[in-house]
Design a protein around this ligand. Sequence first.
Ligand code: BEZ
Ligand code: FE
Length: 285
Amino acid sequence: MRDINQFTITEAVKKSFRSEEGSRFKFLLETLIDHLHDYTRETNLTHEEWMRVLMFLYDCGQISTPDRHEFILLSDVLGWSALVDMINTRGGATEGSNLGPFYLENAPKKALGADLAGPREGVSVLAYGIVRDTLGHPLPGAVVDTWQADGTGTYPIQESGQDKYDLRGIFETDKDGRYYYTTVLPKPYTVPYDGPVGDLLRAGDRHAWRPAHLHYMIRAKGMRAIVTELFFENTEYVDNDAVFGVRRSLLTRVEPYKADKAGNPPLERKPDAMLRFDFVLAPEG
Ligand code: BEZ
Ligand code: FE
């Protein structure tokens, strides 16, 4: 150990952990140490720069609460969350995208055709489609769990005096794998930028906006669940989402509502517009 230097320290640190040989933990830890040390050597990191990074992480911790996850936000704006989504998307399945901080378990169960928007202002839209497996077979009884911002770009959970379960619903697909419901078209909104991650965005001359989107978690028996988002073609920020959530395959076209074209679904409310998206789930395992 006493002959340790900037080239031998990496192996010494790795050896100091006596983790189980061949374990995933050992692999993840050793790879992290390799990359962290390589980064430091490659950049010739100064004491000031190193301390700046540590203080930034300290600030992220200071502002974090059970409802404010600054480290997840950091991961989001660095494209790390998106990268994890990308490499964990199964071949043939719908691409995964950001879960975000506003998912709630136990959203209210709704009947197909229900309206999530109520008297809110905005464009009323039918969201519909089929949930299928990767061979194209419809999946009856699949669970479509959705949540979204309103027509001003606000999630009800962000506003005091609003029901946090508004603009959410859990639907079950029918015997043909179909889902359909009406809601209000959401608007873009900003990720929180009043903390250290906001400072980082400003330092890089970046904005905090996300394009308008609908969130989904789709589950079906024997299939691998997906978490994803749908975006709308030709809307603001689809080409520069602050958290890199947009994929070409997740862009939908919003068109005027035509009952025939949508398959005449029985709806609680007649919408102005409609958008179709078919979700694809890969088998579990
Ligand atoms: C969202 O989509 O709700 C979201 C994602 C990342 C950060 C903040 C919000
Ligand atoms: Fe969102």
